[in-house]
Design a binder for this molecule. Structure first.
Ligand code: NIG
Ligand code: FE
Length: 408
């Protein structure tokens, strides 16, 4: 229940930057928003009569943001995982009609309620770790009806759980069987019919393309971007995941919110991102799960000052995870990010990757009271535990969503 109250006795990290923290702090919540935050001793007198929640000196961060997921899909692909363990590559499985297309078959066949039910379970895992905003892509429907079904489920999830969901249209994820060997025709269908229809229904917040040898080429990607631009929709891109096609530079030309994956990104692409203010979204779960060995160009991203975000890429083929905290750990262990970079990557920078930097990823007066109270001795523990959730209390819009006994 939403009740005006003071959360006190906090070790507060309001910006998601672990170099900027405030001991013995308090947050005043009124009508689901942050009415005031600062040192406990300085709570303005107009608030002092409110009920109190004493957090015993625990650490508090903004609600986390998962800025790249394919959370809505039916079934799973554990059989394919077994094939890969036996030696088949992700690309080979995709070319043989498995991979994304196998999830397309299951997602098309599922009723909207069934799709909601399966996806809700995954979302609840994310929420338990303090995620309060999540991006959800379409891309397992690949026809107007099924893409609309996915996007409606994404919207319903946001309403049902009272969280921010940003929907991204990813019709150009794979070539549907109806358009086999006719990629250009499928792109025409997307640009002339599918995307404008779904946008008119208010189902699309951003547009993405899988720009890759087993996805869509640069010219096809550009056509989708032009359509998005004409509709006034921001763009994102799956780029340079398995090879370097130059998609990132193209995305930067369209002022993309983010370019994602980026293992094969070169310096020209990094420079283009820096110039356009595009966020680099790194997805260590996919890197790990397909046993990639090419690391994203972290040193270049740092040198050019490109903001780095971290996300789950939660999907049945390359990143079947529902833990953003596990991604923090992997970003540090696999990509050698610092804990500070990793935490910024699931707060401020992740919000920017969704165009939500003015409302999410930081705690400030007037913003929604979305925060997480952690049972940890230091914030480094958020990236340290391997599959453990130290969230003590998750607060969204001033409501306590989960609260559990201290386990430290
Ligand atoms: O982000 N690369 C394309 N899309 C997903 C994988 C989707 C799938 O295999 O189902 C990704 O890795
Ligand atoms: Fe993805």
């Amino acid at each position: 229940m939403n009740q005006d109250a003071i959360w006190q006795n906090l070790h507060l990290c309001p910006s998601g930057d672990i170099d900027q923290t405030l001991p013995n702090a308090a947050i005043v919540v009124r009508q689901g928003k942050v009415a005031w935050l600062g040192p406990y001793d300085a709570i303005p007198t107009e608030h002092t009569g409110l009920p109190r929640h004493d957090m015993g000196g625990r650490w508090v961060t903004p609600g986390l943001v998962d800025c790249h997921t394919h959370l809505v899909y039916a079934s799973q692909r554990a059989d394919e995982f077994a094939l890969r363990l036996a030696g088949a590559s992700y690309e080979e499985i995709a070319r043989a009609g498995g991979g994304i297309l196998s999830s397309v078959r299951a997602t098309r066949a599922a009723s909207e309620d069934e799709l909601f039910r399966q996806s809700a379970g995954r979302l609840e895992d994310l929420l338990a770790e303090g995620v309060s905003a999540v991006e959800i892509k379409s891309g397992y429907g690949l026809d107007t009806t099924s893409e609309a079904k996915m996007l409606r489920v994404a919207r319903r999830l946001g309403e049902h759980y009272g969280i921010t969901v940003r929907t991204t249209f990813l019709g150009a994820h794979a070539l549907p069987p109806e358009y086999a060997n006719q990629a250009d025709d499928y792109i025409s269908h997307i640009c002339q019919s599918m995307l404008p229809t779904l946008a008119a229904e208010g189902l699309v917040d951003a547009v993405d393309v899988f720009c890759e040898k087993i996805g869509f080429n640069l010219a096809q990607t550009e056509r989708v971007f032009e359509t998005a631009q004409n509709l006034g929709l921001p763009i994102k891109l799956h780029a340079e995941q398995l090879s370097n096609l130059g998609g990132t530079a193209l995305a930067a030309r369209f002022q993309a919110l983010s370019a994602d994956h980026l293992e094969f990104l070169d310096e020209a692409g990094v420079a283009a991102m820096a110039a356009s203010g595009t966020v680099a979204v790194l997805l260590p779960g996919a890197y790990y799960f397909i046993r990639e060995t090419q690391l994203p160009p972290i040193a270049l991203l740092r040198r050019y000052g490109v903001p780095i975000a971290i996300a789950t890429d939660s999907n049945p083929g390359t990143s079947p995870t529902t833990s953003l905290l596990l991604m923090l750990n992997m970003a540090c262990t696999l990509f050698r990010l610092t804990v500070r970079e990793a935490l910024l990557g699931v707060t401020q920078h992740a919000a920017k990757a969704l165009g939500l930097q003015d409302s999410h990823g930081q705690l400030a007066v007037g913003r929604s009271a979305d925060f997480v109270v952690w049972s940890v001795e230091s914030l480094s523990e958020l990236a340290y535990w391997l599959g453990r959730n130290p969230a003590y209390q998750v607060v969204r819009q001033g409501c306590i969503y989960t609260s559990r006994k201290d386990t430290v």
